[in-house]
Design a protein around this ligand. Structure first.
Ligand code: PMP
Length: 433
């Protein structure tokens, strides 16, 4: 694949300075990335945090460092270009470097970003989100999604005077000690003592938890659909949503919807409205400002007094540029009929991949919403086939994470999907042979 932004893998320049003798093809292709990683390992714990690189899973097929991006394409530090289906872990919803977002954001950056007092855009964005997202009456802006989920559960605890948080097994709500599964046991035992888990969609298990912890439950926090790592994604059943709401109401517990991953990819009114749910608090982030750092906690009127009593602050939380970017991202999504378009592209990708997989003798299955696809192979519970498939796709200039759901942006085109499917034909054939 050749692109306007750099060399495609097949035509990579391997000038004399790059092609050292004895290097494998992969080492040559990612030479600069590998050199940066070696330097990083000396001065940054783990080199890259949070295993955030598919290169750790399938070494030799993915870059470690990227240099720039435009539209649907990313370019690594060695000049390899990829059609990207990770979209900055979902944050890019209207495409990398979209001028409709970047121009107003950069104009504000030149005028001043982080001021002593909030910029009026904070009020405008709060008003806009309250008007847009179904059922919400107030907004608090934070930086990371983890800030928003942590604040939501804390407000629920403060308001109810109860301690227990109920969450679904395998759900990700951030990297704080109360919800992270990767912290040291010494934190886990103390801070997760009051978090109880049940299998998503399992009505009987949820009812049993409510019976067991009567009068102690502050909230249930759920993602609008279940996106565990390593497993097919699950959409909520109507009975499940109805049960969560019934149990929360009868117990006086709050229902928090963590919409950080899906954000506006399912509905401009929030994913809860797509699934007919009525949470009292909603967290959003990632795509909210098309990659500019911003997340938000939205809530209903009844919780506003408690939220007001919280000491909510952070040095960067009032920075204006991401909020300007969020306004422009919403404009762009609305102007382009974003959610329908994303689903249309997602359908092309899903149907194409599943049918190419079948033709090659594999049961490749795409689960989850169309704009947030997740690939699994029925015959591959350990995801090794998935890793090999994504490695073969990366070799062909398509960046798909083997263990994380993918994302589609409005910068993806039919042509991108067609090129992706062409690459997939080759990747499936390579796997079969
Ligand atoms: N909740 C969900 C559903 C998420 O997908 C994420 C991020 N992957 C988070 C919370 C945490 O967000 P952040 O990484 O911005 O802290």
């Amino acid at each position: 694949m050749s692109g306007e932004m750099g060399n495609g893998p097949g035509e990579q320049s391997e000038g004399p300075s790059k092609a050292k003798q004895g290097q494998s093809r992969a080492e040559k292709r990612f030479e600069t990335s590998i050199a940066y990683f070696e330097r990083a390992a000396k001065v940054i714990p783990g080199g890259i945090y949070g295993s955030k690189s598919p290169g750790f899973l399938v070494p030799g097929h993915f870059p470690y460092y990227l240099s720039h991006a435009k539209g649907s394409r990313i370019v690594d530090v060695d000049g390899n270009e990829f059609i990207d289906y990770l979209c900055g872990y979902g944050s890019q919803i209207v495409g990398y470097g979209n001028p409709a977002v970047d121009e107003p954001a950069l104009a504000q950056a030149r005028k001043g970003d982080l001021l002593n007092q909030p910029h009026p855009v904070m009020v405008e964005l709060a008003e806009r989100l309250v008007g847009l997202v179904d059922g919400m009456d107030w907004a608090v802006f934070v930086k990371n999604g983890t800030d928003a989920t942590t604040l939501a559960t804390s407000i629920a605890r403060a308001d109810t005077g109860k301690q227990i948080i109920i969450a679904a097994e395998g759900a990700y709500h951030g990297a704080a000690n109360w919800c992270s599964t990767n912290v040291f046991p010494v934190f886990t035992q103390a801070e997760q003592r009051d978090v109880r888990y049940f299998p998503y969609n399992d009505v009987a298990a949820l009812e049993a938890l409510f019976r067991q912890h009567r009068e102690k439950i502050a909230c249930v926090i759920l993602t609008p659909y279940h996106h565990p790592t390593y497993k097919p994604q699950q959409l909520p059943t109507p009975e499940f949503i109805a049960t969560v709401e019934r149990l929360c109401h009868s117990e006086g517990a709050y229902f928090i919807m963590d919409d950080i991953r899906a954000n506006f990819r399912l509905s401009m009114k929030g994913s809860h409205s797509f699934f007919g749910a009525h949470p009292e608090m909603i967290t959003m982030g990632k795509a909210l400002a098309n990659g500019y750092p911003l997340s938000v906690l939205l809530g209903t009127e009844g919780l506003k007094k408690t939220a007001s009593s919280f000491f909510i602050t952070g040095t960067y939380w009032m920075s204006a540029v991401p909020m300007i970017a969020a306004m422009a991202t919403l404009d762009e999504m609305e102007r382009l009929g974003g959610t329908e378009r994303l689903a249309q592209l997602g359908r092309m990708l899903k149907e194409g991949l599943e049918s190419l997989g079948r033709e090659a003798g594999f049961s490749a299955r795409i689960s989850g919403p169309l704009a947030i696809p997740y690939l699994t192979f029925d015959e591959d519970p350990d995801l090794f086939l998935n890793q090999r498939f994504c490695a073969a796709m990366a070799d062909r200039g398509v960046f798909m994470h083997p263990h994380h759901n993918w994302f589609i942006s409005l910068a993806h085109t039919e042509e991108d999907i067609a090129q992706t499917l062409e690459a997939a034909r080759g990747a499936f054939a390579e796997l079969r042979d």
